[in-house]
Design a protein around this ligand. Sequence first.
Ligand code: CTP
Length: 223
Amino acid sequence: MSTHATLSGLRIVVSAGPTYEDIDPVRFIGNRSSGKMGFAIAQAAARRGAQVVLVAGPVSLPTPDGVQRLDVRSAAQMHEAVLAQLPADVYVGAAAVADFAPAHPAGSKIKKQAGQDTLTLTLVRTRDILADIASHAQRPRLVVGFAAETDHVEAYARGKLENKRLDLIAANRVGVAGSGFESDDNTLNVYAATGDSKVLGPAPKTELADALLDLVAQSLSRH
Ligand code: CTP
């Protein structure tokens, strides 16, 4: 029998996976993200009775039972799809959204020229989905972000928590074996706007999803 807190009656929007930013019809800039963490959160939330919408970047994962899935490709598409889901009670931004996209994607394949040694791409910042959700007039009661850091995990994660006006941020250290993007296991350092923090794991991403949702349920009960 599950002892997990129920999320029944709540509408939860989760983003997952990478985004692909097209350079031309055959090339793109992408992030290393399997989507496993976000899919596990969507699945665990649906099992607890939440109404879950999963906005997924390009990943080859099956849709969790009872979850409404919307597939997108680029950061701009993900931004539009996520904001169109408001109002919602909770937003969990687990996607590894590209921070920059080519300013002028080419309509046909870019060909190399004889003697060409370098290629310069101009990139422009994408819109920050998480920050836009957190400052939206229809802000969800709880906004949860993720941070992938190679160093100074707490300082950078708390910086993002504050700058983006989040309620919770789940940070993981990338660039070490046995955690991060493509791994099944992970450790999450979760920091709250209240000043609280908690280490979850190391554990499989499916277990971390449940542990994170326990923190979500706790935070909602205090709101
Ligand atoms: N995010 C987003 N929209 C973007 C970029 C990021 O919603 N355009 C969200 C991600 O879903 C994640 C969090 O923001 O929840 C990650 O924060 P971010 O500042 O993008 O992290 P990094 O890309 O690692 O930033 P930096 O390069 O400054 O470390």
